[in-house]
Write a protein that binds this ligand. Structure first.
Ligand code: SAJ
Length: 478
């Protein structure tokens, strides 16, 4: 393996023309950055002309970003590379023919996490189209987060089946997982180290050639394709685990009447050579497209690739899925805090007006994928409450009427429930709010520790906060 491919790539010469499949949070900034590399002549962005996403094609070809929310540097870069004629978005996948490299950044959610059944439909379609049109010597790179074993297994089979060529002999194949966060897409691609894992050495080398020009401070970390898949799924699983650890601590602190933020400060203060305490922040839940599913990719990987070799304590659940369970519990815990606070005000849920502050899963972003707020809202509606939602950034969301004016949701509210740590909520003023909400004893539940409980308690509010065992049973001021 490798000699034939090395010869093919040598005669093909260095990478000049690139295709990026999937014009989303990962594909768009990647395509724009590739097109901005002087030695890359042409970049195609491939996007299905579907009812939900087809509008992106014309926008991108006008040099406009269809991504909502602040993305520093993206719009400027897009209009520059479109004006230079180096980037073009198209639904015509036959243009994959003639390209030197194709990267695939398509969502890989789970249909049913419990049974570890992924929804790889869109990814399969992208792979089939790539295999159908790609030439000999093309480099194919999977950027989406995938189950360990996918690149060398399922993806290779589809590409070989469609192209009639052999990976590692006739074309190169690698995994180079994205590591971006909304609000800093361009910076993350340039500055984060890039994990690159080819199915063989030639594929890794070709992928390193492709990504090196994108990096400013980031460096390339080469490894095998499967190690790259494990690295990506595990880094998000570890983050989810760290969040679950501090969420469990917050639940314990509530039960023991302690302030988790004092404890957190204490734990984080232990610094010495080789001793780091990476303690994260407790909160109302974990949302987004990554931490909510990547644990299941890792679990699926060890169940498929490692099924006969895993030595694990008998009958013990995976630490990682346990962590998922704790983080998934947090929006339900917010419901329990709201219930007990309303009970202190002598109210139940039925007909009660609840104002949710924050629909985005991440502070100061408009990204509401898998938002924990939705779990809470559904529970409140099921209990017969009247729910209003405010978010300064999220303008629309299927089936939910989101308001941008705060007073619109606070008016007559019996309970104000904070789910996202948007800047705007850091300056909520008890006095001002008291003028709008229902009285006496309005309830405030803080899922992100953004308000000062004493200011609200002083004003006669009933307060509950995640991890605030030191305040959650405060005396109610008349
Ligand atoms: N969260 C907490 N406490 C914390 C940190 C986060 O409750 O201390 C919650 C957030 O409120 C949010 C969720 O977790 O609901 C996810 O937040 P995030 O900051 O992890 O944001 P993501 O999911 O967009 O980004 C993660 C990052 N992964 C890691 O840092 C290992 C990012 O680097 C990845 O690129 C991204 O997943 C991805 O695309 O995989």
């Amino acid at each position: 393996m490798g000699d034939k491919l090395r010869e093919i790539l040598k005669s093909k010469g260095s990478i000049r023309k690139i295709g990026v499949i999937g014009m989303g949070y990962v594909g768009i900034p990647s395509a724009a950055l590739f097109a901005d590399v002087p030695r890359y002549e042409r970049v195609y962005g491939f996007q299905r002309d579907s009812p939900t996403s087809g509008h992106k094609i014309d926008m991108l070809n006008r040099g406009e970003s269809p991504l909502k929310g602040e993305e520093p540097g993206l719009e400027e870069l897009l209009s520059k590379v479109v004006a230079m004629g180096k980037f073009h978005c198209t639904p015509d996948f036959s243009k994959i023919g003639g390209l030197d490299a194709v990267t695939i950044a398509i969502q890989t959610p789970f249909r049913d996490p419990k049974d570890l059944v992924p929804d790889f439909g869109p990814m399969e379609e992208g792979l089939r189209k790539t295999g159908r049109y790609m030439d000999e010597g093309t480099l194919v790179v999977l950027e989406s987060t995938i189950t360990p074993g996918t690149t060398k297994g399922w993806a290779r089979e589809i590409l070989e089946g469609e192209s009639g060529m052999v990976a590692g002999d006739d074309f190169a194949l690698a995994h180079a997982p994205e590591r971006v966060m909304v609000g800093r897409l361009i910076r993350n691609i340039r500055e984060h180290d890039r994990i690159i894992g080819g199915i063989d050495e030639e594929s890794t080398k070709r992928a390193v050639e492709l990504y090196s020009p994108l990096l400013t401070s980031g460096k390339i970390i080469p490894m095998t394709a499967t190690a790259a898949e494990v690295t990506k799924t595990a880094e998000n699983t570890f983050r989810d685990l760290q969040i679950a650890a501090v969420n469990e601590l917050a639940l314990y602190c509530e039960a023991m009447g302690v302030n988790v933020y004092d404890v957190r400060q204490g734990i984080a203060s232990l610094k010495e050579e080789g001793v780091t305490r990476a303690i994260l922040w407790p909160g109302a839940g974990v949302g987004g497209h990554c931490l909510t599913k990547d644990t299941y990719h890792l679990e699926r990987g060890v169940k498929t690739l490692g099924r006969d070799n895993l030595d694990y304590p008998e009958g013990r659940e995976s630490l990682y899925t346990l962590a998922r369970g704790i983080n998934d519990f947090m929006p339900r815990h917010m419901a329990n805090l709201t219930r007990s606070a309303l009970a202190r005000a002598g109210k139940g849920f039925k007909g009660t007006k609840i104002a949710i502050l924050g629909w985005a899963f991440l502070a100061n972003s408009d990204d509401a994928r898998n938002t924990p707020s939705e779990v809470f809202r559904d529970m409140m509606l099921a209990e017969g409450a009247d729910v209003a939602v405010h978010d300064p950034y999220v303008e629309e969301y299927p089936g939910v009427d989101i308001k941008q004016e705060l007073d619109a949701v606070l008016d007559g509210a019996d309970a104000v429930v904070i789910f996202t740590a948007h800047h705007q909520y850091q300056s909520l003023d008890a006095g001002e709010l008291s003028g709008t909400v229902s009285k006496p004893h309005p309830v405030i539940v803080d899922g992100r520790n953004v308000i000062d409980p004493d200011r609200f308690i002083e004003d006669g509010w009933i307060y509950k906060g995640i991890g605030r065992g030191d305040r959650n049973d405060h005396l109610i001021k008349k």
